[in-house]
Design a binder for this molecule. Structure first.
Ligand SMILES: NC(=O)c1ccc[n+]([C@@H]2O[C@H](COP(=O)([O-])OP(=O)(O)OC[C@H]3O[C@@H](n4cnc5c(N)ncnc54)[C@H](O)[C@@H]3O)[C@@H](O)[C@H]2O)c1
Length: 332
């Protein structure tokens, strides 16, 4: 049995709690949040103890693993407290607000010989996994370009922290980090990024756009929107020399393969069956517990998360200056 301390009882803390309720051999021992009532509600559902003393919960001798679902500005402190107390750490994205903080987190966990597993959940969405697999297997020939879109309501968070860039990092770091990470994982190191940011003055609306040139030659175009009317939607399209792969969360749960010049063996390209209702947050946590138990190698690492952060920071800076940015080695 692995004993977990859940730090954060907000939006994503609830999602993780729901997943924990279905995981075998995992017991949530404590739930920490500033809003005592919300932490108490989550804790009660899991048979755990609620607390408002977040850093004490990070070092709780009863727990083996600390799951950091706190506002991003608190990730570093919580991770370091937990690691120094000998806990393995699962940390929500983005890893940190700065590269320096992210590097420190990695260093402290390494010194303490504990795992630091970044919750980059898009890596565990079956459609994104299937699409990555199909690209890797050559379903569309050589990939040339990719479009990634992520749009949802304008989040506020406990005390409005999402809307304060000094606490959330803004849309490039908080929302678009998923797609920066996916693109780096699939198309390799980034070389250059150009980006733009638009805030509407009168209503809560922010849109970030970025164009990334990978060293492989692939071009990735990313759009993130906070303030999109309607349900949360994501889209991805990869164009290659042999065709297109596309997925739109609004249309269906399945992946579409459009072959350009139908090769003889087009039917042989394996596309996983996507008729699945697997909860990617559950898949992610299950994988992390396999890693912690020594039964699997991590499919996404803290270093991957740092590379995505480096690229997101470059995009934010490119948008601020209006100039393209050369991407430093962290994103390579
Ligand atoms: N992977 C995903 O899909 C996903 C989705 C949403 C959020 N996130 C990430 O998860 C983390 C938490 O986001 P959330 O939406 O659950 O936040 P939230 O505001 O809904 O919840 C934050 C929790 O932390 C507690 N807290 C402790 N100290 C706090 C402080 N000083 N200020 C505010 N709250 C404090 C709050 O009481 C609450 O329990 C963030 O890093 C966010 O980027 C990831």
């Amino acid at each position: 049995m692995i004993r977990v301390g859940l730090l954060g009882a907000g939006m994503i803390g609830q999602v993780h709690a729901d997943a924990y309720a279905t995981l075998p051999d995992v017991e949530v021992v404590s739930v920490a949040g500033l809003g005592a009532e919300r932490a108490a509600r989550l804790a009660e559902a899991l048979g755990a103890t609620p607390t408002i003393d977040i850093m004490a919960a990070a070092a709780d001798p009863r727990v083996d693993v600390v799951d950091v679902c706190l506002p991003t500005a608190l990730h570093q402190q919580a991770t370091e407290v937990a690691a120094r107390a000998g806990k393995d750490v699962i940390c929500e994205k983005p890893l940190a607000l700065t590269l320096e903080a992210g590097r420190r987190m990695i260093g402290v966990c390494r010194t303490a010989r504990v795992h630091l597993l970044p919750a980059m959940v898009v890596r565990f969405f079956p459609q994104y996994q299937a699409l990555a697999g199909a690209v890797r297997d050559g379903a569309i020939g050589t990939p040339a370009s990719c479009t990634l879109v992520r749009q949802g309501f304008y989040p506020s968070g406990s005390g409005g922290w999402y809307r304060d860039e000094s606490r959330s990092g803004g849309i490039f770091l908080d929302l678009m980090i998923h797609d920066f990470d996916w693109a780096l994982a699939r198309f390799g190191p980034a070389e250059r990024v150009f980006a733009q940011l638009r805030h509407a003055g009168s209503v809560p609306f922010t849109q970030g756009m970025a164009t990334v040139r990978h060293r492989s030659g692939v071009l990735t175009q990313l759009t993130g929107t906070w303030g999109h009317p309607g349900p949360f939607t994501t889209r991805i399209e990869v164009a290659g020399t042999g065709g297109l792969l596309q997925y739109d969360s609004r249309d269906s749960e399945s992946l579409e393969l459009l072959v350009l010049a139908a090769p003889e063996d087009a039917g042989d390209v394996p596309l996983p069956n996507l008729a699945t209702t697997d909860n990617p947050y559950r898949t992610e946590l299950l994988h992390f517990f396999e890693v912690i138990s020594g039964h699997a190698a991590a499919s996404v690492t803290a270093e991957d998360s740092l590379r995505a952060l480096a690229l997101a920071l470059c995009a934010r800076e490119a948008a601020r200056t209006g100039r393209p940015m050369a991407v430093p080695s962290e994103a390579a």
